[in-house]
Design a protein around this ligand. Structure first.
Ligand SMILES: [Ca+2]
Ligand SMILES: [Ca+2]
Ligand SMILES: [Ca+2]
Length: 181
């Protein structure tokens, strides 16, 4: 009985994984068809930037995802920390007012939006936890899970199945797109 249940659970997990992979494959297919030239350029850049010897593996894709997110996180953190004028780890309304007074009109609006977004409990100050949370949120805004899944699905274009995507395999996949339409 336990074995049957375990087999059923395993079957369900495999089915769900397969369904997810299928979703990603469909999304990838749509992305390729929407703008094949742009898609080709972007993936070529990825292969050049994160591939090893001209071939992109899952590790390279994960590096790209992590770097993109870390960059966005660092930018968001820097913006907030730069407003913590007394360096107590919290950005107060008063500090934002000082920064805004010294900023251009356009920047004042951006500062206001950043403050409101980051102050999630609306108590009029952005504390250390809220600064960290805004960093994480900015990372996901820059590259969300859906986009990450799509990026990982690029490896389904790996024609010879060696786990690494080359520009040659990318070109073959894009040619296949032409033939299919
Ligand atoms: Ca402060
Ligand atoms: Ca707050
Ligand atoms: Ca390959």
């Amino acid at each position: 009985m336990v074995k049957i249940v375990a087999a059923m659970v395993l079957g369900l997990v495999l089915w769900a994984q397969n369904a997810l992979a299928q979703d990603a494959k469909t999304a990838l297919d749509e992305e390729m068809r929407r703008n094949a030239v742009r898609f080709g350029d972007e993936v070529t850049d990825l292969i050049a930037g994160f591939g090893q010897n001209g071939a992109l593996t899952l590790a390279g894709i994960e590096d790209h995802i992590a770097l993109t997110r870390a960059g966005a996180r660092a930018t968001a953190l820097r913006r907030l920390v730069a407003q913590d004028l007394d360096a107590d780890g919290t950005v107060s309304r008063k500090e934002v007012a000082v920064v805004q007074a010294a900023a251009s009109a356009a920047a004042r609006g951006r500062l206001e939006r950043l403050f409101i977004t980051a102050d999630t409990d609306s108590d009029g100050q952005v504390d250390a936890d809220e600064i960290a949370a805004e960093g994480k949120a900015a990372a996901l805004r820059a590259l969300d899970e859906e986009e990450a899944t799509l990026l990982r699905a690029i490896l389904s274009l790996d024609g010879d199945g060696d786990g690494a995507l080359t520009t040659r395999e990318l070109a073959a996949a894009l040619r296949g797109l032409d033939e299919a339409t």
